[in-house]
Design a protein around this ligand. Sequence first.
Ligand code: ADE
Ligand code: ZN
Length: 350
Amino acid sequence: MTIDFDAIPRERLPALLRTMPKAELHIHIEGSLEPELIFRLAQRNGVKLAYPSVEALRAAYAFTDLQSFLDIYYAGASVLLKEEDFFDLTWAYLQHAVADNVVHAEIFFDPQTHTARGVPFETVIRGLHHACRRAHQELRISTRLILCFLRHLSEEEAIATLEQALPWREYFVGVGLDSSERGHPPEKFARVFARARELGLHAVAHAGEEGPPEYIRSALDVLKVERIDHGVRCVEDPALVSRLASERVPLTVCPLSNVKLCVFRTLTEHNLPALLDAGLCATVNSDDPAYFGGYINENFVETFEALPRLTAQHAYRLARNSFDASFASEAQKENFRHALDAAFAACRAA
Ligand code: ADE
Ligand code: ZN
């Protein structure tokens, strides 16, 4: 189908961004834990919080860099103890995702954040899985789970986590790498990623968020990842940008996160237009929506508002990229693309 993007007036763009079907490929489920749910779970589980109210907690969400965020993010996750808690967390996110017209979500989870506190791996994965299964049945959203290793911990701990996950192998489709990037290069996790690939798992990694472009190269060359999470610092290395474009390596970009963690000063300065101009397979995602001021639709709408260079054609490209870059089946991807074309056709006709 050829779409006449020029026939879509700019004032219709926010509505189109909200209603178009899209995939979310970079969402940490623990990062969707809203302050209200933190307080509800703390009460339910008898956990004492360091903040007296939801407002006081929210007021602490003023971050200066990735580490300042991670400290509060790991503290927030301490209220998650029972399978039901992981279910409620995931169910709340999936309802939000459906409201934002997300038709497919690939959800990161950090088992080590929970197993280190004595919560069994099984409790985490069963809660997540049951929410995903129910959402598929009742909300018609497709999901995949991706197990992330915490890069500030050792590779031995990552290997032990992967072994612990093996009885639940059919519940997740891939592995990822997150947490403090600086000083923890991808090559630290070469063996665990090799093992994951042997098991037929997909591989992704955070790289080039705060860390240098070399981390993107080593994520590709050593970990052999299929997507780069963030990757915005690739622009510092033009040869790397050419490689990412020619190999069509997807970047899961998270604009509101980047501003909240001071990777860019403002959304106006975000390099998403440059990434798209360079022909990269960039996507828009929410990262940790409860902490960064918005879910995927706020990321789309606020970024397009701040960057008038972004047009309806870019909106279409970003949604299309999200399907192309996903780990959905080819048949699913075809259905998603048809739904996207239909949304744009309807917008033009209206
Ligand atoms: N864990 C949750 N959000 C993250 C981010 N933006 N970078 C690295 N690790 C994370
Ligand atoms: Zn992330």
